[in-house]
Design a protein around this ligand. Structure first.
Ligand SMILES: NC(=O)N[C@@H](O)C(=O)O
Length: 301
């Protein structure tokens, strides 16, 4: 039941939104329309990982596999990288694994020059953690699918002399301290589970280039990309990768289990950039031609 005081004090949820808004940076975006692409592990690699069954997606050479469960299962190794980078954060506050559920309603599209487009208004990143979105129960053939919008990170000192980007937009980690000999030796101690000297429980497999942590610069709006994912694909944004808040497409909401590290320090967990359309323009948008609408148009997936 609402109390008399309702509205005078922000609730926990509202307080979080207020903090998020206060931490948001605004950058201007020129008018551009980016074409959506089919999600594919190779083209997505600079931004993170695509998690999918390599057998059914014809993606065999990329990953290592072994037999498991007395031969009744195939185990694909290291389908994504979940590394905790919070030791680089200014607060030094330790992070824990968080598994949250996002129920994402289908987003409103607008029509521009005859095609359906999604206007990109916000980008965000998690500087010290990868973030994995796993859709639940979405049929690969269903109209429901989702749009993954990502941008590279600009170098801090832009060659174009762009002043806006000379300073890191947010607190940056202090330079990494050299590890002592003792720490290095401890880091190389044998693994109790495999009897080898690595800290892994499974043999090494290639790491996609997008799994490494990104720098502290602003998003590179000139090179923004947009990928349409099916229900039988999950994705991981590499640590620090600029991305748009999840965009569900179709008629139904999508339930995602979202896995990441978090330490509860707002600026270290999530940083946002608001994109303001340059004067007189429409700003940045993603063209979904061929992906939304009738079944024939969705043949691309
Ligand atoms: N990606 C997305 O939809 N949202 C987030 O990353 C979040 O943590 O809010």
């Amino acid at each position: 039941m609402p109390s008399d005081d309702e509205g005078s004090l922000p609730s926990c949820g509202n307080l979080w939104l207020i903090i998020k808004a206060a931490l948001r940076k605004t950058i201007s975006a020129s008018s551009r329309v980016v074409r959506a692409e089919v999600l594919d592990p190779t083209t997505f690699a600079p931004f993170g990982d695509v998690i999918q069954n390599p057998t059914t997606h014809g993606d065999l050479p990329r990953l290592q596999r072994i037999e498991a469960n007395q031969g009744s299962a195939t185990k694909w190794l290291d389908v994504t990288k979940m590394r905790d980078w919070y030791d680089l954060g200014q607060s030094r506050k330790r992070a824990e694994v968080a598994m949250n559920m996002f129920v994402c309603k289908p987003r409103q599209l607008v029509t521009k020059a005859g095609s359906a487009v999604f206007p990109v208004k916000i980008l965000e990143r998690h500087p010290f953690t990868p973030q994995t979105f796993l859709p639940l129960g979405v049929d690969k053939a269903a109209e429901t699918c989702y749009l993954v919008i990502v941008a590279p990170t600009l170098p801090l000192r832009s060659r174009k002399g762009n002043d806006e980007n000379l300073e890191p937009p947010y607190p940056v980690p202090s330079p990494r301290r050299k590890r002592s000999l003792r720490e290095r030796l401890l880091g190389a101690r044998p693994n109790l589970f495999t009897n080898d000297s690595s800290s892994r429980t499974t043999p090494a497999s290639p790491v996609s280039s997008g799994s490494g942590r990104k720098g502290p610069g602003l998003p590179d709006l000139e090179n923004i990309r947009a990928f349409v994912a099916r229900g039988d694909q999950a994705i991981t944004y590499g640590a620090g990768t600029w991305h748009a808040p999840m965009v569900a497409l179709g008629q139904k909401a999508i339930d995602f289990v979202v896995v990441q590290y978090m330490n509860g320090v707002a600026i270290e967990d999530c940083q946002e950039c608001e994109l303001e359309a340059e004067s007189g323009g429409d700003g940045l948008a993603v063209d979904l031609e061929g992906f939304v609408g009738n079944a024939a148009a969705r043949a691309k997936l």
